[in-house]
Design a protein around this ligand. Structure first.
Ligand code: MGD
Ligand code: MGD
Ligand code: MO
Length: 767
């Protein structure tokens, strides 16, 4: 019930969070310090320096952190603070080896902090859980693979789930997706199910593509960029260089976010000596509006009302009527619904004044080309579909999709999260063409869809799922309701983790449980046919090759591709067309198969993968080819003004936003400094503004509990949170992911895609 993951007290009294904006701009000296702290702590060798110098450059290592583009003409250092942290974290010289596991039982390790589990070092040999000794013990690869294969072969395929976090390259991912379908299931959930699934499902309905329509080139031609719920400074810092260049050209940036995120306010380019010496930041956002969580539909409805009113005064001057008539459907109904909304309600739901919303709308009108950026602030809400529908409406009104300098642009999370979907990871039959599977391998994939991560988790709880394979990731920290789920996990017959570092999910072993250590992106991948490259896709649908150059952590560590191939071979009946050994020996063969399976996206894959700037697989909506049901871009008539599933009720009730700090990559906690927000020392905190503190009689530093207000018979509670004053809208509290995940019910998710609504949970504060 309580947050037990707190053995080491890393807290020191934080700096005064009431003035978080005096901590200096994003980038700058702070980012260099952030890197050097990890550099000194984890790895001081020249190998690390060498790898960093090749990061995100053609022929080098593609960063394992975020999915931002790798430009054709990279800077001298084409990496950011967080990319460097991710790289150095992987190049860890410490080893979580047999000796480590001999010393620490699972019961003990469960009391460790996430940070300390990963700090144990790189996993370096295959391990099997020994229940009697409550320890993971070394095992040979042969025994591990044969036992896993035999267990999988003996079960109903639909009882197995193959999860992947968005790290693994296209080669391993394709084999994984093929393996599942050859076995007879499509239970292929992915981290995007907790992330941009709202995009994949809903953007497809609105404009006929599950991914964004922009490329890097558009940022050279846009006149305004809107930001809804994406935190660039922390989550895709290299984007700040693109923004800086756009600002210098005179491009306007308008941000809607409940939190004043440093990186969207100002930025000192750590690669620009003059800026560093003078500490003279570039101002990023012209306008920054602290919308209430879930208030974006109201904001956009207000902006649309303003556009419609202006159009009425000067017909043809504001809207792109030709575009609307020729390329879209649903406009009239949408106009009717938007005009029916009252300004008082719009102001109440958004927390912003009519003047502010009209001011933003005027900037939108003045710009010829507009890009709409968004992130988790729009996707992780119950009515996330309507957030995106309204955003598309706004852009479509002035023809801002499908031309240079304009478009809708989700910023993806994991470095290959988008690419894994492109090559077949996903629970739907449509994710991998059935005719190709039949033609190439004689496989008939199941016609019915498999389970996404919410459905798979429900299956763990109700006992219908028996085996869980994880290609990376840390589900028992990342998922909602993780405390409830952890209990269900131990009832699984088989759990297999293919991982680089130890995490909490490994500590909930099923009846038979393995940890299989794998190579990371930076490691040399030596196979029978020589060293291998792997590939990945960025948020702009560009595909790049990546070659690791570091010595692997031990000779026992295998590539993800080789591990997946070996388990598949041990599970499936022999089929001469499934050449698992050959594929593991030479990844060129896998890329040929990817090109044959998805010819439109990957033709001539092997020859193009090292192209500087990556090769573009194209996007139909960018060409105004609308692959929707109607063959047109779809306006969405709004049904409500808030994307919250449930408004909090009562005096002590608040909407909770769960946040990432600048010192974490998802569940990997590098440290305890959220430098850009001026928060230091502790992650067990609850942010709330001073007026709300006074109203409730709360003192700074006081310890409180949060209770979830979603009622389904389960009490969801977190104790021990330190009250920390912070500039937030009224009625809003915030705290860190993953610590607060037990408060989010598994059933509280976006309507169409089931993406958990991590950004709008109704909670109550209790003293
Ligand atoms: N350093 C670092 N980089 C990362 C990650 C990491 O953990 N650390 N994670 C990676 C992954 S997997 C992903 S998906 C991306 C995530 O990157 P983002 O999409 O930026 O996601 P978050 O940091 O969760 O939150 C985004 C912002 O939404 C705002 N927000 C919350 N609720 C609302 C709302 O209702 N409306 C609006 N307009 N804004 C709101 C929050 O204040 C926050 O600034 O980052 C990737 N990059
Ligand atoms: N409350 C709340 N919850 C959230 C979110 C939120 O905003 N709020 N965000 C959600 C989002 S956007 C996402 S994407 C998910 C993230 O969910 P996951 O992707 O499942 O989690 P990660 O923390 O990225 O996984 C970290 C682990 O991956 C393993 N790993 C690292 N590198 C590699 C590699 O190269 N190969 C392999 N095989 N393993 C590797 C390591 O063992 C490490 O411990 O969390 C979601 N959960
Ligand atoms: Mo994500």
């Amino acid at each position: 019930m309580t947050n037990s993951n707190n053995k080491n007290d890393h807290s020191s009294m934080g700096q005064d969070p009431n003035t978080p904006y005096d901590k200096g701009p994003a980038g700058g000296w702070g980012s260099l310090r952030g890197v050097s702290e990890i550099f000194g702590e984890v790895h001081g060798s020249t190998v690390a320096a060498k790898i960093l110098s090749t990061l995100n450059k053609p022929g080098g290592v593609m960063c394992s952190s975020c999915a931002w583009a790798k430009p054709a003409n990279p800077s001298k250092f084409e990496f950011c603070e967080n990319g460097a942290k991710a790289t150095l974290w992987e190049l860890d010289e410490k080893r979580a080896d047999a000796n480590f596991f001999e010393q620490h039982s699972i019961t003990e390790l469960k009391t460790w902090h996430d940070h300390d589990l990963e700090k144990a070092g790189r996993l370096s040999e295959p391990l099997r859980y020994d229940a009697e000794r409550d320890r993971y013990v070394p095992v040979s690869w042969d025994v591990a693979i044969q036992e896993i294969g035999a267990k999988l072969a003996a079960m109903d395929p639909k009882e197995a789930v193959f999860y992947s976090s968005g790290h693994a390259g296209l080669e391993a991912s394709y084999l994984y997706a093929l393996f599942a379908r050859a076995m007879g299931h499509q239970n292929l959930p992915q981290s995007s199910n907790m992330c941009h699934e709202t995009t994949s499902v809903n953007l497809k309905t609105f404009v006929g593509t599950p991914v964004g329509t922009c490329t890097l080139e558009d940022f050279e031609h846009c006149d305004a960029i809107f930001f809804f719920g994406q935190n660039t400074g922390t989550n895709s810092p290299r984007f700040l260089h693109t923004l800086k260049a756009a600002v210098k050209r005179g491009c306007k940036i308008v941000t809607f976010n409940p939190i004043r995120e440093r990186g969207l306010i100002e930025f000192v380019d750590p690669q620009n000596i003059m800026q560093m010496i003078t500490n003279n930041p570039t101002e990023i956002s012209n306008k920054y509006y602290q919308v209430k969580p879930g208030g974006d539909i109201a904001v956009i409805a207000g902006m649309m009302k303003y556009l419609l009113a202006r159009e009425e005064m000067a017909p043809g001057a504001i809207l792109d009527q030709d575009f609307i008539a020729a390329e879209t459907t649903g406009f009239e109904e949408t106009v009717e619904k938007v005009n029916a909304f009252d300004w008082d309600d719009i102001e109440a739901e958004s927390g912003l004044s009519r003047t502010m919303i009209e001011e933003a709308a005027e900037i939108y009108i003045q710009a010829k080309n507009v890009i709409g950026i968004y992130g988790m602030g729009l996707t992780q809400h119950v009515d996330g579909w309507l957030n995106l529908g309204m955003y598309c409406n706004l852009l479509l009104m002035r023809g801002n999709i499908g031309r240079l300098g304009a478009g809708i642009s989700p910023v993806r999370g994991h470095s290959n999260v988008q690419g894994q979907r492109t090559v077949g990871i996903g629970e739907k039959s449509s994710h991998m063409p059935a005719d190709k599977l039949h033609e190439l391998f004689g496989i008939d994939a199941p016609a019915e869809n498999g389970k996404n991560i919410v459905q798979a988790s429900q299956g763990v709880l109700d006992g219908s799922i028996k085996a869980m394979l994880s290609l990376g990731g840390n589900l028992l920290r990342a998922l909602p309701d993780n405390e409830r789920l952890e209990k269900g996990w131990s009832n699984l017959d088989l759990t297999v983790h293919i991982a680089t570092k130890l995490n909490r999910s490994h500590l909930a072993p099923g009846k038979v449980s393995y940890i299989l250590p794998c190579l990371g992106r930076t490691d040399i991948d030596q196979q029978q046919n020589g060293p291998q490259a792997i590939s990945m896709e960025d948020t702009f649908s560009h595909i790049y090759g990546s070659i690791g150059t570091a010595e692997p952590p031990s000779d026992q560590v295998r590539s993800e591709t080789a591990i997946v191939a070996a388990i598949a071979k041990a599970t499936l009946p022999a089929n001469p067309r499934l050449r698992w050994d050959d594929w593991a020996a030479n990844y060129d063969l896998i890329r040929d198969l990817i090109a044959e399976t998805f010819p439109h996206d990957f033709s001539d894959f092997n020859n193009r993968m090292m192209q500087p700037g990556g090769f573009y697989r194209g996007n139909p909506a960018r060409e105004r080819e609308w692959k929707t049901e109607s063959g047109k871009a779809q306006f969405t008539a709004p049904t409500k003004l808030s994307s919250l599933g449930q408004h909090p009720s009562g005096d002590k009730a608040f909407t909770l936003i769960t946040l990432r700090s600048n010192d974490q990559f998802n569940t990997t906690i590098y440290g305890f400094s959220d430098r850009l927000r001026g928060l230091e020392g502790s992650r067990e905190i609850v942010l709330i503004n001073r007026e709300e503190m006074a109203r409730l009689g709360l003192q700074e530093g006081q310890i409180v509990s949060l209770f979830s207000q979603v009622e389904d018979g389960n009490v969801r509670q977190i104790d021990g949170l330190k009250v920390t004053p912070y500039d937030l809208p009224d009625g809003t509290v915030a705290g860190y992911y993953p610590e607060l995940n037990p408060l989010v019910p598994l059933s509280y998710h976006e309507k169409n895609s089931l993406t958990p609504a991590y950004k709008g949970v109704p909670v109550e504060i209790r003293q």
